[in-house]
Design a protein around this ligand. Structure first.
Ligand code: ZN
Length: 113
């Protein structure tokens, strides 16, 4: 799935457009301010770099200091915190799917057998 990155000349914010089909036409605009004064970003290096940084900070060991892998509650807390930091990309659906996962897990826990 091709992703096109555009950079807004007005508010200096990047916008990305994901196309479902390569034949689909893009009418680029700034998703932040609505301006049509956007430029295609050819290189994705800068974007990838910042993504890497973000993943690094997400995986910062200090964030896992209260993680006890024998305690499902603490794992859930850490996962929820990561979900919040990823924010808009995972959104509400992520929290819900995590909730479902943990509920399922506890429903089939050995204590119930
Ligand atoms: Zn803009």
């Amino acid at each position: 799935m091709p992703i096109y990155e555009y950079y807004c000349d007005t508010c200096k914010r990047p916008s990305s457009f994901m196309l479902l089909r390569t034949t689909e036409e893009v009418n680029p605009y700034c998703k932040t301010c609505g301006s049509k004064e956007v430029r295609r970003i050819i290189s994705r290096v800068a974007v990838l770099k910042s993504e890497e940084k973000r993943m690094e900070s997400l995986l910062d060991p200090s964030k896992f200091s209260d993680l006890d892998e024998n305690d499902p509650g603490s794992i859930e807390r850490v996962v929820r915190r990561m979900g919040r930091e990823l924010g808009d990309e995972l959104g509400e659906g992520f929290e819900e799917s995590m909730e479902g996962a943990f509920q399922e897990e506890s429903a089939t826990s050995p204590q119930d057998l």
